[in-house]
Design a binder for this molecule. Structure first.
Ligand code: IPE
Ligand code: IPE
Ligand code: MG
Length: 255
């Protein structure tokens, strides 16, 4: 996406926003696909299909708004508990998205990343994923990070295993383990923490998403199901975020 395609300050003001109100990193738990489909009397997979078009709209809008990073929770390590038919359709949709979105990711100049246990995915999906990561290398637009087969407890467990190995081999002493050591061993190493965490479908839970990274994220829950969550909803979330008083345990010096 060229610089011109991003909203200008005047355009932002027109939609009730300003550059200063835009968070650096938004993470979204995209929930409610199945319920949305069932409410319409359709099979759950229709909800996942429609959910992909919400992904397209939100990615493009986030990039136009000038976000630094958008992280989307696409498939959790616990989602393997779903029926085999739903799983195979979900994996099919994921592969299709990776192939079809490659051009769009390039057009928008996005930096594409994936977090999660990708080795546990179908080799064809891994291949398409890598192709998109490689193609987007060198882009300098918004980072689009997909959490696929991701679970935060597993992420932290694996980080601890690697840190323990470094201690055992003498490369690291236990006293030198600090918060940065842990952050640097997570799948999100080098990424900023989310400023705003959005969850759709009216659920007030985290479902094993980015447990370490969301320590000080602002949370916004939408009653809308993911397939009906669009640009206006993202703007609403950002306007609400901009009114929050982030104190990080301290006091606001201006109040
Ligand atoms: C979110 O929608 C997508 C995934 C978890 C893959 P759901 O499939 O969880 O939809 P609900 O929550 O059952 O409505
Ligand atoms: C969280 O949604 C995972 C994703 C959005 C990928 P779930 O639908 O799996 O969460 P629970 O089961 O309601 O906690
Ligand atoms: Mg759900």
């Amino acid at each position: 996406m060229s610089r011109e395609e991003k909203y200008s300050e005047a355009q932002l003001v027109e939609i009730g926003l300003s550059r200063a109100m835009i968070p650096g990193h938004i993470a979204i738990i995209m929930d409610g696909n199945g319920r949305w489909a069932q409410q319409h009397g359709w099979p759950r997979i229709e909800g996942h299909r429609r959910g992909v078009s919400s992904v397209r709209s939100i990615v493009e809008e986030a990039s136009r708004l000038g976000l630094g990073q958008l992280t989307l929770y696409c498939f959790s390590s616990e989602n393997w508990k779903r029926p085999p038919k739903e799983l195979s359709l979900l994996m099919h949709l994921l592969k299709q998205y990776l192939v079809e979105e490659r051009r769009e990711i390039q057009r928008q100049g996005l930096q594409f990343r994936v977090i999660g246990n990708t080795a546990g995915l179908d080799p064809m999906i891994q291949k398409e994923m890598q192709k998109t990561i490689d193609a987007s290398e060198g882009n300098n637009g918004m980072t689009l990070c997909l959490a696929i087969n991701y679970g935060a407890r597993l992420e932290i467990t694996e980080a601890m295993q690697r840190i323990a190995k470094s201690v055992k081999s003498g490369q690291l002493s236990p006293e030198d383990i600090c918060e940065k050591t842990i952050a640097d061993h997570l799948m999100t190493a080098g990424m900023p923490d989310p400023d705003l965490l959005i969850r759709t479908a009216g659920e007030y839970r985290i479902s094993n998403f980015l447990l370490w990274q969301i320590s000080y994220s602002e949370i916004w829950v939408s009653e809308k199901q993911w397939p009906e969550f669009r640009e206006d909803d993202l703007r609403d979330a950002i306007r609400d975020f901009a009114r929050r008083d982030r104190r990080y345990g301290g006091l606001n010096p201006l109040k």
